[in-house]
Ligand binder design. Structure first.
Ligand code: SF4
Ligand code: ZN
Length: 303
């Protein structure tokens, strides 16, 4: 079968939500256009900015780094720094780190690595059994604090993450089901963080289905580590991933629908459920809704 778009090359990649199949070169162009449109739509990048890209070494953040460096190239005085968090998951993170180093090197981007070991004094795998929350909850909270703090120290105007359409749709559905409407509002691209110490986060791949991220990363020959984290399958998120993947077989654009709903509802939800300004954590001084920030609460439970 020929590519629906160019009619010349073989159509290797099916896009059920669009009812077509395209060749590798057209897919790369379509995804690049979609990402650049998203960046322009929300006016994420401007001249003079310092942009920190959270680079895990997986396909998503590697592609995000590649497309962001391409997008900002013509903008004057923009600086891009890649930042990797090493949580301490042996076998998995080491391979990711090598891929992250290679991709940053190939794109000629400054690359920094920070670790749980240095920041908190332990590797994730050493403590994961010692607390009554899932590995991903613990990892996510501690990583967010570390990323935000380091990005702030680096003077970042914005932090880029590699979240794709599937991640966004899962997060939207998950927060909706949990009736966590404040968290749902925070997913919206125009909703500013509630505190000046939180560096705004942007997700240029939020309109790109996960499988297309992988195909495009492969088409572009980007280095990335493909194996999943060993803890991922135990997360609540993986349950929502399965549900949404099943729904997608009957409703091919269900993930786009969820993100579109979020785009419409986000500002209204933010108005109703978010407040400006947070307090400070008594222990670490980072933004906190209560006495302690979420990271310090977990660290306390870990003793
Ligand atoms: Fe951390 Fe969970 Fe992601 Fe693994 S899957 S890196 S434990 S958040
Ligand atoms: Zn704290």
């Amino acid at each position: 079968m020929r590519c629906t778009r160019c009619g010349e090359r073989n159509a290797e990649y099916e896009r059920p939500y669009a009812g077509d199949a395209v060749c590798g070169r057209c897919l790369v162009e379509l995804v690049r256009d979609r990402v650049f449109r998203e960046i322009r739509r929300w006016r994420w990048f401007r001249p003079g900015q310092r942009i920190v890209v959270a680079l895990s070494g997986g396909k998503d953040s590697s592609l995000a780094l590649r497309l962001v460096t391409e997008y900002v190239e013509p903008l004057p005085e923009v600086e891009v720094i890649a930042l990797t968090v090493d949580e301490g998951i042996s076998g998995f993170r080491d391979a990711c780190l090598r891929a992250a180093e290679r991709v940053a090197d190939e794109l000629d981007v400054e690359h920094e690595v920070v670790s749980f070991e240095e920041e908190y004094g332990f590797a994730l795998e050493e403590v994961v059994e010692d607390v009554d929350v899932s590995a991903c909850t613990l990892c996510g909270v501690l990583r967010r604090r570390l990323l935000n703090r380091r990005a702030r120290e680096l003077g970042a105007d914005v932090v880029v993450t590699g979240h794709n359409l599937d991640d966004e749709a899962q997060a939207a559905l998950m927060n909706f089901v949990k009736a966590d409407l404040a968290q749902l509002a925070r997913l919206h691209p125009e909703v500013r963080p509630e505190d000046d110490l939180i560096v705004p986060r942007v997700k240029p791949l939020r309109g790109v289905p996960e499988r297309e991220v992988r195909w495009v990363a492969e088409e572009l020959g980007l280095p990335f580590h493909a194996d999943p984290c060993p803890y991922a399958r135990f997360s609540v998120r993986s349950f929502f991933r399965e549900i949404l993947d099943e729904m997608e077989e009957r409703l091919p654009d269900v993930k786009f629908g969820l993100v579109r709903a979020l785009d419409r509802a986000g500002p209204v939800l933010a108005e109703a459920f978010l407040e400006e300004g947070l307090g400070r954590c008594e222990r670490c001084g980072e933004p906190a809704a209560g006495k302690l920030c979420k990271a310090c609460e977990l660290l306390e439970r870990l003793g």
